[in-house]
Design a protein around this ligand. Structure first.
Ligand SMILES: Cc1cc2nc3c(=O)[nH]c(=O)nc-3n(C[C@H](O)[C@H](O)[C@H](O)COP(=O)(O)OP(=O)(O)OC[C@H]3O[C@@H](n4cnc5c(N)ncnc54)[C@H](O)[C@@H]3O)c2cc1C
Length: 391
């Protein structure tokens, strides 16, 4: 079997791995990136519906979930959203801002994947694809057995991402490498994922599939505002994807169906109306949802026949519609994995293992999960950049 010696071997040619490779290569380190897929950056190309929500101009530690909320600070400060924007601007890649500071490619996510590949070329980085990773050991240097060669390296960077979207290349190898070297991994679960109802709720709400509304969604002391969409299995839409990362089995989620509205005043302004409650509520909610909601929570008599106390009671229920999901959809369609390499095991400045010198973990494989809105890719860029200065 051929033997190759490199300064740095990076497993994973995704967002964090390519960024790390560029930086290590620029420092003159001989750098090899290995990936089992036939193309680098598959998730980048698929992200943001093909337009890649590559960062968010308002980005701080509060946009991330981690057992240690301070861990991400240093890397995020070391390579900021504007640093990534400047990379795009130097290459003439056009982008646009959507709501809440989200930045997307104007044309195609492929431009970012292409840019990273070209930057790797310029930095002298070698990328080997369709590479099967075998046994990894450390005896002074790291030794990585592959179908291509046995590779020796001073630094080994694990940039293998999370478990979501296996068809885009996701595997559990990063967590297995951590386990092999004695690093702890926190518990893993799908994040930014639709929620599914149990069978009874599915029977009740299944017919609302396709109905959407704007709401505030609360769970585990977190609140998100945005669209909520009924699916044939449960609930989706940006507000639900966000809250799913905070949801634990057994938790209720509380939905405010009329977040900015004084519903009691609205009823009082119509208290002489002979319209049914469901048709009245349909002035601010979709009619199908209003009918279903009234059939569960209130009788639909004419508005004029309710008392003020009843108006108050209905208002309270509208602002606090409580449902208990049965679960989240699995890794097949969850955007990210929550949990990962325990950040206590890593230096927040370099992403290097505290126990195993020369071993680095970057990107989504770490216990750092971003909210929806460009935060996960920003973590990949920032953590990859940080490790690239030291690996
Ligand atoms: C459909 C979808 C859309 C998304 N949209 C956005 C978005 O718009 N904005 C945003 O911020 N985030 C988005 N995300 C999340 C974001 O893409 C990831 O968080 C980010 O790509 C993580 O970067 P990473 O480098 O850690 O891992 P990845 O980019 O996933 O790269 C990991 C690499 O490791 C390789 N690998 C895995 N296992 C092995 C193995 N056994 N052997 C060899 N190689 C291996 C993979 O092939 C892959 O190339 C989206 C995710 C999905 C699934």
């Amino acid at each position: 079997m051929t033997k190759i010696r490199k300064d740095v071997v990076i497993i994973g040619a995704g967002a964090s791995g390519l960024m790390c490779a560029i930086e290590a290569g620029k420092r003159g380190r001989s750098t090899l990136v290995l990936d089992h897929m036939e193309k680098p950056g598959r998730k980048i190309r698929a992200s943001g519906g093909g337009r890649c929500n590559f960062t968010n101009i308002i980005c701080g530690p509060e946009n991330y979930l981690s057992s240690n909320p301070h861990f991400c600070k240093s890397a995020l400060a070391g390579f900021t959203p504007m640093d990534f924007v400047r990379m795009l601007e130097r290459r003439g890649i056009e982008y646009c801002e959507r709501e809440d500071g989200q930045l997307f490619c104007r044309h195609s996510a492929g431009e970012i994947a292409g840019m990273l590949q070209e930057e790797c070329d310029r930095a002298g980085v070698e990328i080997r694809l369709r590479c099967k990773i075998g046994n990894i050991t450390k005896n002074g240097r790291f030794s990585v057995e592959t179908n291509i060669a046995n590779i020796g390296a001073d630094s080994l960077v694990v940039a293998t991402g999370g478990l979501s979207y296996p068809e885009l290349g996701a595997t559990d190898i990063g967590y297995r490498i951590a386990g092999k070297f004695g690093l702890k991994v926190t518990s893993l679960k799908p994040g930014l994922s639709p929620l599914v109802f149990g069978r009874p709720d599915r029977e009740i709400f299944g017919e609302l599939s396709g109905v959407s509304f704007n709401a505030t969604v609360k769970c585990a002391k977190k609140t998100f505002r945005g669209e909520v969409l009924f699916t044939h299995k449960g609930l989706s839409g940006p507000a639900i994807l966000q809250i799913s990362s905070c949801w634990q089995p057994g938790n209720d989620i509380v939905i405010d169906l009329a977040p900015d509205m004084d519903v009691f005043e609205f009823f009082m302004s119509k208290r002489k109306s002979r319209a049914g409650l469901d048709n009245t509520i349909a002035e601010f909610l979709p009619l199908r949802l209003s009918r279903k909601w009234c059939s569960i929570h209130a009788s639909s008599k004419p508005l004029c026949s309710y008392s003020e106390k009843e108006y108050k009671d209905i208002e309270r229920k509208i602002h606090n519609w409580t449902i208990t999901p049965a679960g989240v959809e699995g890794y097949k369609i969850a955007e990210i994995t929550c949990g990962g390499i325990d950040t206590n095991e890593l230096s927040s400045k370099t992403m290097e293992s505290k126990k195993i010198p020369g071993l680095y973990f970057i990107g989504e494989v770490d216990d750092v999960a971003g909210q929806l809105g460009g935060y996960n890719l920003q973590w990949a860029w920032s953590s990859g950049f940080a490790a690239g200065q030291y690996a």
